[in-house]
Design a protein around this ligand. Structure first.
Ligand SMILES: C[S@@+](CC[C@H](N)C(=O)[O-])C[C@H]1O[C@@H](n2cnc3c(N)ncnc32)[C@H](O)[C@@H]1O
Length: 200
């Protein structure tokens, strides 16, 4: 699936989930300073965080085409002053230690070649007091149900297959056990699966 095709799915099908997920993340308490959204794709989660706060948000993705779409979405949202894009690989983040208050990532970590490396990098760039919230989810049970029904009508099942194969609690637990992060939570419910951790 190309970045353009994924962008169409997220705009037409996933769109209502992003403000709900942003709200769930922000309620955990970190809502000031800088946010890095890893594997941002077209940027809807990062943009929802920017709309709900005064945070500076970096939409970070390995795929240039996705970031071109993200740039258009930033302009359409008139958020150029606080939201920007950067291209790179989560496994070698181009930032100094302790740079971000909040790191988010939705629907991306099961595509990373080395998830342990990616999570160690996220931990490194988190500021003391900062929080990371990573995984895959659809906001709440009703939104997930509606999306599942719409996704069944899409011919390309690639996204669903990748998510189902790698997005399991056991996989997340096994990955986290190999990282430098000693304390973390894995939350699994009917709307999704998320890892969260703080840096002390
Ligand atoms: C399914 S999309 C999710 C996009 C967005 N987070 C969302 O929820 O709408 C996954 C994104 O992760 C990005 N990605 C995959 N591997 C990556 C890596 N190693 N570093 C950074 N981004 C990566 C892809 O380019 C893609 O845009």
């Amino acid at each position: 699936m190309s970045a353009k095709e994924f962008s169409q799915i997220s705009r037409n099908i996933f769109y209502p989930i992003y403000p709900v997920i942003a709200d769930q993340i922000l309620k955990k308490g970190v809502r000031q300073g800088c946010c890095l959204d890893v594997g941002s794709g077209p940027g809807y989660l990062g943009l929802a965080i920017a709309r709900q706060t005064q945070m500076q948000v970096c939409l970070f993705d390995i795929n240039e085409e996705a970031l071109e779409i993200a740039k258009q979405n930033i302009r359409a949202a008139a958020l150029e002053e606080r939201v920007y894009v950067e291209q790179g690989n989560v496994e070698a983040l181009p930032y100094p230690d302790n740079a971000f208050n909040l790191v988010t990532s939705r629907g991306s970590l099961f595509f990373w070649t080395d998830q342990v490396k990616g999570i160690n990098e996220i931990f490194r760039v988190l500021k003391p007091g900062g929080m990371a919230y990573l995984g895959n989810g659809f906001g709440n049970r009703e939104l997930k149900k509606a999306i599942d029904e719409k996704m069944l009508s899409i011919d390309d099942k690639w996204l669903i297959k990748a998510a189902k194969r790698l997005n399991t609690k056991e996989n997340y637990q096994a990955v986290m056990n190999q990282t430098k992060v000693n304390e973390f939570k894995i939350k699994a419910d009917e709307s999704g699966l998320w890892i969260s951790f703080h840096k002390k």
